[in-house]
Design a protein around this ligand. Sequence first.
Ligand SMILES: [Zn+2]
Length: 312
Amino acid sequence: MGATEVTLVTYHYVRPLAGSRFPRLKALDLAVFERQLDYLAANYRFVRTDEVIAAYRGEGDLPANGVLLTFDDGYSDHFRYVLPRFLDRGISGAFFVTATAALDRELMDVNRIQFTLASAGDVTALIDEIETGIEEGRGEFDLKSPSEYRAELMLPNRFDGPEVAYVKRLLQAALPDALRARLAARLFRRFVTSDEAGFVEELYMGPGELRTMRQSGMHIGLHGNHHVWLDKMSRNDQASEIAGSKRVCAAVGQPETGFSFCAPYGRYNCDTLDLLREAGCAFAVTTRSAVARLTDPPLEVPRLDTNEVPKA
Ligand SMILES: [Zn+2]
């Protein structure tokens, strides 16, 4: 009889931070990642994505203390730093990739905002700029006043303090799309770089790297066509998002059904689950923080964040 639980762990950036161009980026330092791998190797058994999927189907057993490492957003970090270490240690991870970033080489909003925050230094200067943009935009868009936005959105969450959470909420969702795109682009140009295309080439894996990952035994999953909140979209728009995200399957040479999925920002609803089922999704992970049980629905499998797992 196999284990009834398995631990999935979520990672985003994994890179050497000291001496890097963005030392303040909220990334997991490579040396700390290696220590966490040592810890996990001593206390867990690494399992493969296909073993986890089979166990959820009742078609295979998992070992006790199984752990599956998962990586969101398709960063080049995963190819450059994670893949070689996984090959050395015989580990297979799951890598969830956003189609417009990997294939169309578009910068995701979430990254535009993260790198702006990492480069700007002082978050109050960023807030000033955004609030000035809100005041200027009040004739053109239906907007609240900055103090109303502050009252609603300047609150800490699981990962960020109130000011950083406020910037992210404004630029990711709260402001009208056209205004937040305009403000985020302006801030990115000012604080990070005017060469967005070059930045994208550096930041994300492309089709060639993804194929190499897959050929090296890594699992490639889908993470949206655009990196957006699915639960805010109509059912039709969600269906297009899921269809668009399946382009990654073709690009890496895997079947279009039986794929795995990770909703951007962990945001999904009942429509998302229906549409994923219709589209042939086999397995989907969330951002709910828990050790996964095989009794969890296979399209809503929880994960711990790397910060919730010991590093030594
Ligand atoms: Zn993501």
